[in-house]
Write a protein that binds this ligand. Structure first.
Ligand code: TMP
Ligand code: ASP
Length: 236
């Protein structure tokens, strides 16, 4: 598989064409941004951690019957994925109050939620990814009601599986963000990444952050925490 032209460069990844029109190559960067790109920096070897952790977890999810865009890990930072049309929604799943939910609702971080919370945001940097509900999604045609039912069902199943799996690695899954895409034949698959950039991982015992909040909040130790996630999940 040869690496073709650069199709798109995002904040954390580059996407290249390949000689197969249905397959793209994703290359993960060490660049870190927060607050819609206002804060910028790097986390050494983040690209490797996020690529490997994403692929590791997506393989597990495939075994649980969740379709993903994963084709093949090529190298520590590069992965072949199915070409999909990204559905312009950020799907956030929350088990414990933290981050923007804590701010918005005045719930102290760490407050357990009696019911898992699903939130959608419209992926649009110029608008700051505004939160939307199923009515907005239907009104704007971002996804059909049937597609949204599939997405919600997958998101809750992913949460169920990951929560248990991570617990065994000594990690509490506080919340996370997913993106879904549609393949040429209309199948909805999990896309993007599942990594310390897109999840809140807390150490089950100490409740220490093992994720990008260390960077967002200038707490220090992000590089070590990302490596710790690899060690706990992949035993290295
Ligand atoms: P929030 O509390 O800031 O809304 O974030 C909820 C979860 O979504 C958290 O695990 C971090 C993740 N997230 C992203 O992956 N990308 C983003 O742009 C934002 C705002 C959050
Ligand atoms: N990566 C996102 C940005 O730069 C936000 C975040 O993850 O906090 O906008």
């Amino acid at each position: 598989m040869t690496k073709g032209k650069l199709l798109y460069e995002g904040k954390a990844k580059k996407v290249f064409e390949t000689d197969d029109p249905n397959v793209l190559l994703v290359a993960y960067k060490d660049d870190a941004t927060a607050f819609n790109g206002e804060k910028r920096g790097t986390i050494k070897d983040k690209g490797e951690v996020n690529n490997r952790v994403t692929n590791f977890l997506m393989r597990k999810l495939e075994q649980e019957g969740i379709p993903t865009h994963l084709v093949e890990e090529l190298s520590p930072r590069e992965t072949l994925v199915k070409r999909v049309k990204i559905i312009p929604l950020e799907v956030v799943v929350r088990n414990i109050a933290a981050g923007s939910l804590s701010k918005r609702l005045g719930l102290p971080e760490g407050t357990p939620l009696a019911k898992t919370v699903l939130e959608y945001s419209y992926k649009n940097d110029a608008l700051g990814d505004p939160m939307v509900n199923e009515y907005h999604i239907a009104a704007m045609g971002l996804a059909t009601p049937e597609e949204l039912r599939t997405i919600a069902d997958y998101a809750l199943r992913i949460d169920d599986f990951l929560r248990g799996y991570l617990k065994d690695a000594g990690i509490d899954l506080i919340d996370f963000k997913l993106e879904f895409g549609k393949t040429a034949d209309g199948t909805i698959v999990l896309a993007d990444e599942i990594s310390p950039d897109t999840c809140r991982f807390w150490d089950s015992k100490t409740k220490a952050h093992l994720d990008k909040d260390l960077f967002r909040r200038d707490l220090g130790g992000a590089e070590e925490a990302y490596q710790e996630v690899v060690r706990r999940l992949m035993g290295e």
